[in-house]
Design a binder for this molecule. Structure first.
Ligand code: RB5
Length: 143
């Protein structure tokens, strides 16, 4: 799967680890930055990821910031993005099955690497269930 990765400075180290993990699973990785731990603004990188998904709607995204909250808020301002902040593997599963989330947001300050990797790999292998969830997801896009 084509995967776009973005973070802010607080998420940089974990983002890089997750990129390596996803590459080892055979995914096609695109790094949207940032490239250093110098302080940056998470909306800039959330918007960059949203733009990449607008151009390649079949791709998915992985976004990381300190809490995962700021970058998920920025991403969800874009109509074509369904960004889910996850803190456990069950949420990573359910947001694919029920919400057809196309971006998984990881809170770098609150999860360890092993859990973050497991949440991302679970997100990537889980399919949208459709059915009644399709109607609900369509209603999100209509607003
Ligand atoms: C950066 O210090 C921090 O505010 C950011 O990573 C994120 O947690 C915002 O929601």
């Amino acid at each position: 799967m084509k995967l776009f990765f973005a973070s802010d400075h607080a998420g940089l180290t974990l983002r890089r680890a997750l990129m390596e993990h996803a590459a080892s699973l055979g995914h096609d990785i695109v790094d949207l930055g940032p490239d250093s731990t110098e302080s940056v603004d998470y909306p800039d990188y959330g918007n960059k990821l949203a733009q990449a998904l607008a151009e390649q709607p079949e791709a998915h995204g992985v976004a990381v910031c300190g809490t995962g909250i700021g970058i998920s808020i920025a991403l969800n301002r874009h109509r074509h993005v369904r960004a889910a902040l996850v803190n456990d593997v069950t949420a990573a599963t359910l947001t694919r099955q029920h919400n057809n989330a196309n971006v998984v947001c990881i809170p770098a300050r609150f999860v360890d690497y092993a859990l973050a990797e497991e949440m991302v790999s679970t997100f990537l292998i889980t399919d949208f269930e459709g059915g009644r969830h399709e109607r609900r997801v369509d209603k999100i896009s209509c607003q």
